[in-house]
Design a protein around this ligand. Structure first.
Ligand code: NAI
Ligand code: 15L
Length: 267
């Protein structure tokens, strides 16, 4: 598996910095982009500063790109006026540029917050009615619909990843269910990039945790097989957080605290 050129957006971010050295192994050239400054280009790398909301910059960015790992954008809850340009206009610019440039596949870093208002007592498959828990989650739901539209209308394929909590290790009770290890994230990306036919597929991005809220059977064909689990951290996490009031959002809703963010002053 060796792509000629992969594009990683959001390369200055937490996941982008973790993924940059890992994803280099799968392509001749890794083009990385962000709004913010990034480390200079190493061997086989191209570094491009490009705001997602800048249509011309995105058109140039997609030139010669086989596949995209789209990790750029606002990654937590913010006022709608902040989310709109990066995650809604930006996602449109990326897809339209990809279509015009002939990019074959996009792996979209969506979020569990698209379905964050489902309760922690439920196990949901990918094809449920979205229940976004925030403007952030809503913007990711838009990105998922955009992906479906660009596949149905233009045949541009996407694997949507509804990522849980991708961190070096789980740090609270909620993350015992939502945790995605860095190595499993890499496995998920390799599966998403290489599965022969994906159309628009949706896969929850979690490790093989003993407690889970997500059933990935509808995305089986993507071939993601997690190998890590939050279990080795359970005792330590439960000792640190012995009791969570079951009425509090971090215990009630899959999206945790995101359901409480805002409202923001009207801009
Ligand atoms: P992050 O906030 O650390 O990184 C996002 C990057 O996008 C930043 O470097 C930022 O400068 C860039 N960015 C923001 N607005 C931009 C714009 N208008 N134009 C160009 N670049 C822009 O977030 P993180 O944690 O690395 O997440 C990466 C992606 O994965 C995000 O899309 C996030 O929504 C998604 N995700 C992450 C999860 C996690 O556990 N870290 C969980 C679920 C989804
Ligand atoms: C997300 O979508 C966020 O980008 C990340 O910062 C975490 O908060 C994660 O979800 C989560 O739900 O833990």
């Amino acid at each position: 598996l060796r792509f000629k050129r992969l594009l990683l957006t959001g390369a200055a971010g937490a996941l982008g910095r973790m993924l940059r050295p890992r994803m280099k192994r799968y392509c001749e050239t890794l083009r990385v982009s962000d709004l913010a400054a990034m480390d200079p280009a190493g061997d086989g790398e191209e570094v491009v500063v490009a705001p997602l909301e800048d249509e011309a910059a995105m058109y140039a960015l997609l030139d010669g790109v086989d596949a995209v790992l789209h990790f750029g954008g606002v990654s937590i809850e913010k006022p709608f006026s902040t989310v709109l340009p990066a995650n809604i206009v930006g996602a449109y610019n990326l897809y339209e540029a990809a279509r015009r440039r002939g990019t074959k596949r996009i792996v979209f870093a969506s979020s569990n917050h698209v379905t964050g208002f489902y309760s922690q007592g439920e196990t949901i498959p990918a094809h449920v009615v979205p229940r976004p828990d925030s403007f952030y989650g809503l913007s990711k739901a838009f990105g998922e619909n955009l992906a479906q539209f660009y596949f149905d209308r233009h045949g541009l394929e996407t694997v949507t990843l509804r990522i849980g909590s991708c961190l070096p290790q789980p740090s609270d009770r909620r993350q015992l269910s939502s945790w995605l290890s860095h190595d499993d994230m890499e496995r998920l990306l390799v599966a998403a990039l290489t599965a022969p036919v994906v159309g628009h597929s949706i896969v929850y991005g979690a490790s093989d945790n003993r407690t889970t809220w997500w059933d990935n059977s509808q995305g089986k064909h993507v071939g993601y097989r997690p190998q890590d689990s939050s279990e080795p951290w359970r005792a330590e996490v439960e000792a640190r957080q012995p009791h969570v009031d079951p009425k509090r959002p971090e215990a009630r809703y899959q999206g945790g605290m995101f359901v409480l963010e805002g409202p923001f002053p009207f801009a």
